[in-house]
Design a protein around this ligand. Structure first.
Ligand code: UD1
Ligand code: UDP
Length: 379
């Protein structure tokens, strides 16, 4: 039996964990035992517990309750807590997802204890080291032993950084195994789509047609000019096209809106009946919102991919994306926080009857099973 400590903490990681935990439960329960550590990076019910309940994720074995804080304080508290758990649990490996501070903390704690690291969502790069996520993912990749890349671009980034695609066992963080394996988020979207259509009632309170928007990146929320530009663009577009905009708003953004928007813009957003700002929604509700939206506008990594899974055009509110395939195939446009670029992209997708292509580049919906099988074979 291989014992794995999985570290999660932020909303998208909890959602990703659903796919792997499901694969372990259904197909590998006799070979892999998973101990789940929740760092507590996200803690509001609608940022954390709702996903455990709805996606049937086993309850976490530990919750470090680290909460919010500066990068240093938050990450340091996580490292301290994860180290203690690793010492007590003595797992064969630590598994982390993506690029958050919880990912980095897990990687640092495990690497110093010589515990092999499995990194799911390895190799992604925005080539912008001002993003905290870029630092987190590079550091984690470079101390991992098994690196699972969801895209070919991610796999190629690893090769370009010196990883050996022909490495032979035994594997270690000096001789890592890298593989392109598809995306566990795609697994989840396929798995939960029918259930979302059946159970979600979120669309009952949404004015249609609508554009779905999410905003939470530091580069957009913590820069008042960027945040004003984004909301000015939403205000302009809703009025010009007389279309609803639905924003399940991340708490980070919700806290900052009244402080960072100019009083005039804030008031006009509040008064605009076409703009529906709502609390963060559950995953099934999010799938329902995504799959019925006319267009998706987002700075989220996960949401831009889900737009693709549900064959929706996407305006990415960033200067770069690590999901380069989406832009390359024409189904997504990078617009940053630039009003003119957002409006141009919107006009292109909203008004033109263009036929977009969504080639199947995120695997076959069974990335999680492949990851489990590979862990058993290669660890
Ligand atoms: C984090 C990740 C980001 C990921 C995002 C997913 C890092 C550096 N960033 O960003 O990569 O895309 O999660 O959503 O790890 N807050 C609450 N309640 C919560 C959680 C957060 O109110 O349950 C508020 C707090 O004011 C907090 C702020 O959101 O300070 C930011 O939270 P934090 O986890 O530090 O970063 P995210 O922006 O969520
Ligand atoms: N999500 C959700 N409810 C919301 C907003 C997002 O369930 O109100 C889901 C979304 O469907 C995706 C994931 O959260 O699976 C993306 O997380 P987020 O945007 O917070 O982070 P990122 O992917 O940018 O790291």
């Amino acid at each position: 039996m291989i014992k794995i400590v999985t570290v999660i903490g932020a909303r998208p990681q909890i959602i990703k964990a659903a796919a792997l935990s499901r694969a372990i439960k259904n197909s590998f329960a006799d070979k892999i035992a998973e101990v789940i550590v929740h760092t507590g990076q996200h803690y509001d019910n609608n940022m954390s517990q709702v996903f455990f309940d709805e996606l049937r994720i086993p309850a976490s074995n530990y919750n470090l309750q680290v909460g919010s804080g500066s990068h240093g304080i938050q990450t340091a508290k996580m490292i301290e807590g994860i180290e203690q758990i690793l010492v007590a649990e003595k797992p064969h490996a630590l598994l982390v997802y993506g690029d958050t501070n919880s990912t980095l903390a897990g990687a640092i704690a495990a690497s110093k204890l010589h515990i092999p690291i499995v990194h799911v969502e390895a190799g992604l790069r925005s080539f912008n080291k001002k993003m905290p996520e870029e630092i987190n993912r590079i550091l984690c990749d470079h101390c991992a032993t098994l690196l699972f890349s969801p895209t070919v671009a991610g796999y190629n980034n690893l090769i370009n950084e010196g990883f050996n695609k022909n490495a032979l066992p035994p594997y270690s963080n000096d001789n890592a195994f890298i593989v392109h394996c598809g995306d566990v988020m795609y697994d989840n979207s396929l798995f939960f789509e029918a259930e979302a259509n059946r159970k979600s009632t979120v669309l009952n309170k949404i004015n249609k047609p609508y554009v779905l928007v999410t905003v939470h990146r530091a580069e957009n929320t913590d820069d008042a000019d960027a945040l004003n530009n984004l909301f000015q663009a939403i205000q302009n577009l809703s009025l010009a096209y007389q279309v609803s905009f639905v924003l399940p708003l991340h708490p980070r953004t919700a806290h900052l809106l009244p402080k960072s928007l100019t009083p005039e813009l804030y008031q006009s957003i509040v008064d605009n009946k076409l703009i529906q700002i709502i609390e963060p929604v559950s995953f099934l509700d999010m799938i329902a919102l995504e799959s019925n939206a006319k267009l998706i506008v987002t700075d989220s990594g996960g949401v831009q991919k889900e737009a693709y899974f549900f064959k929706k055009p996407c305006i990415i509110l960033r200067q770069q994306t690590e999901w380069t395939e989406l832009v390359a195939c024409g189904s997504a446009i990078l617009a940053g926080a630039n009003i003119a670029r957002i409006e141009d992209a919107f006009a292109y997708y909203y008004s033109n009857d263009i036929s977009l292509q969504f080639p199947p580049i995120f695997g076959d919906g069974h990335a999680a099973e492949f990851i489990c099988k590979t862990i058993i074979e290669k660890l």
